[in-house]
Design a protein around this ligand. Structure first.
Ligand code: MN
Length: 242
C-alpha cells in the first residue's frame, strides 16, 4: 500500500509526525509537505514563479520532500512532479478543527481535495489544539477501520475527519454551524491583522460536524468536489421543461 502524507502546518508539525508513524504500519509512506506554516491556503497553487523543492530528512523512515509552496502544491508535486499514484492520501493531522465554514479556507482540506480531484482516495484529519499528538494518534486506526470496514471509498473519494479529545465514538456528519468574530485590526504602518474567534452555532445538532465535536464525537463528513447547487439546477431544469 502506497500512502502520501502532507500537512498545512508544515513538514515539522507534530501532527504530521504521528500520522507518518501510524501510516508506516500500513505501507510505504511518501511525505510532501510545506517548509513552513500554510494554514488557510485552501486550494491555492503557486504559479508564475519557481519554488524550491528539496529532499528532506525531517520525517524518519519516510521518503520526504520539503516544499516552499502551498499544501496543494505539495500534493501536485507528488502526483505530477514525481509521477506517483497512491492508495491513500492523508492530510494532517491539523492543529485545530476544520469544521463548518473552516472547510472553505482549510489548507488541510484543500490538499486532500486536490488528491481526490486527481482520483486518489483522501482523508483530511484535524484535531483539537488542546489535545496532544500522542493522544489523538490513538484514534487514527479507529477512523481508518470505520472507513475501510464499510467500504466507504467505493462511494466517496474524500472524507473530512475531526478528532476531539477522548472521543465517545464516531458520528457520520454534514458540514455546518460555525461563525467567526472576524475583524481587521490595524497594527500601524499600514499593516492589518485578520483576527477573530471561532464560535460554534447549533451545537445541539450532532448531525453537523461542529455539533458532533461539541458532543465529544469524532466527526466524519463525506465531501464533494463540485460546487454546483444541484437543488437549484434541478429546479431550473424542471421549470424549463414546463
Ligand atoms: Mn493548519
Amino acid at each position: 500500500m502506497k500512502i502520501l502524507i502532507t500537512n498545512d502546518d508544515g513538514i515539522r508539525a507534530p501532527g504530521l509526525r504521528v500520522l507518518a508513524d501510524w501510516a508506516a504500519a500500513l505501507g510505504e509512506v511518501v511525505v510532501c509537505a510545506p517548509s513552513c506554516q500554510q494554514s488557510g491556503k485552501s486550494h491555492a497553487i503557486t504559479i508564475g514563479q519557481p519554488f524550491r523543492i528539496l529532499p528532506s530528512d525531517a520525517v524518519p523512515g519516510a521518503e520526504a520532500y520539503e516544499i516552499d509552496g502551498t499544501p496543494v502544491d505539495c500534493v501536485r508535486y507528488a502526483l505530477i512532479g514525481l509521477g506517483r499514484r497512491f492508495d491513500l492520501v492523508l492530510s494532517g493531522v491539523n492543529r485545530g478543527y476544520n469544521a463548518g465554514d473552516d472547510i472553505v479556507f482549510s489548507g488541510t482540506v484543500g490538499a486532500a481535495m486536490e488528491a481526490a480531484r486527481m482520483e486518489q482516495n483522501a482523508i483530511a484529519l484535524s484535531a483539537s489544539p488542546a489535545d496532544t499528538p500522542e493522544n489523538f494518534a490513538r484514534q487514527l486506526p479507529k477512523v481508518y477501520d470505520f472507513l475501510i470496514s464499510r467500504k466507504l471509498f467505493d462511494r466517496c473519494r474524500l472524507f473530512n475527519v475531526n478528532i476531539p479529545p477522548e472521543p465517545r465514538g464516531i458520528l457520520w456528519t454534514r458540514q455546518g454551524g460555525t461563525c467567526y468574530t472576524d475583524e481587521f485590526v490595524p497594527k500601524g504602518d499600514g499593516l492589518y491583522a485578520q483576527e477573530g474567534e471561532c464560535r460554534y452555532l447549533k451545537t445541539d445538532d450532532p448531525s453537523l460536524d461542529t455539533g458532533a465535536l461539541a458532543a465529544g464525537y469524532v466527526s466524519i463528513t463525506p465531501l464533494t468536489l463540485t460546487r454546483t447547487d444541484f437543488a437549484v439546477y434541478d429546479s431550473f431544469r424542471s421549470a424549463e421543461k414546463l
